[in-house]
Design a protein around this ligand. Structure first.
Ligand SMILES: [Fe+2]
Ligand SMILES: [Fe+2]
Length: 238
């Protein structure tokens, strides 16, 4: 049994998703950076590991916390679709509208908002086809694998789903880098004092995009993809 310091950030958040709030508060990436141990991540963030352990151990369990590693793959995918894909489809266009308004009014005297709008636009262009690929290829393949033990991609039998998983994880890294950039351009999603209500709503929506997407990528990288790999391995062993 490994100690909490030797466990990975991804594993700790998978066990209890509300721990993501603690990692967010300390600026520790738990989605694409989820493979690091607590000890490694604390060192990189310049925080004493004992302090993080204290925070994690004193956090009360909350009712909505669910360890998705124990759910059926089909149920996990349904949850990702509703909480994350549907959320993005509703909110990426809404954030683009806010971005256009803020750039039109403030872009001339605050050029940073033009840069922020550009990064959001690039993130949207990366994310929308990414959702399509998951929904058309990887998710149906994962549901089919769980139901039948067969590894099919589209209608073709394949040796493994490692190829599409690798593409999805590569795209997650790109999205994670864009979220990092949005966080630094907005000073941690804190609007300046002179910001009008639309500017504040824009930053607020970007902060929610950051939270929702990090939870989304975490569930796919740390829970769904390992489950698919285990189902494939079980199929090969039988
Ligand atoms: Fe997704
Ligand atoms: Fe994804």
């Amino acid at each position: 049994m490994s100690t909490i310091q030797e466990r990975t950030i991804g594993d700790l958040v998978a066990e209890r998703p509300s721990r993501s709030r603690i990692f967010e508060a300390f600026g520790i990436d738990y989605c694409c950076g989820g493979k690091r141990t607590l000890l490694q991540a604390s060192g990189t963030a310049g925080i004493a590991v004992e302090q993080l352990v204290r925070e994690l151990e004193s956090q009360p369990a909350i009712a909505q916390d669910r360890d998705w590693r124990e759910a059926a793959v089909a149920e996990l995918i349904d949850h990702i679709l509703v909480e994350h894909h549907d959320w993005l489809r509703a909110n990426l266009p809404r954030i683009s509208v806010l971005a256009e308004k803020v750039v039109r009014v403030h872009g001339g005297h605050a050029p940073v908002v033009v840069r922020i709008a550009d990064v959001h636009s690039a993130l949207r262009q990366e994310m929308e086809p990414h959702l399509e690929k998951e929904e058309r290829m990887l998710f149906p393949a994962a549901r089919h694998l769980e139901a039948t033990g067969e590894v099919l991609l589209g209608c073709h039998a394949v040796d493994s789903l490692e190829g599409p998983i690798g593409v999805m994880e590569h795209e997650h890294v790109a999205v994670g880098a864009m979220l990092d950039e949005l966080g630094s351009l907005t000073d941690g999603f804190r609007p300046p004092e002179e910001a009008c209500n639309t500017w504040r709503a824009f930053y607020d929506a970007l902060a929610e995009l950051d939270r929702n997407t990090r939870a989304h990528v975490h569930l796919e990288n740390e829970v769904l993809h390992p489950r698919i790999r285990r189902l494939e391995a079980a199929g090969r062993a039988s």
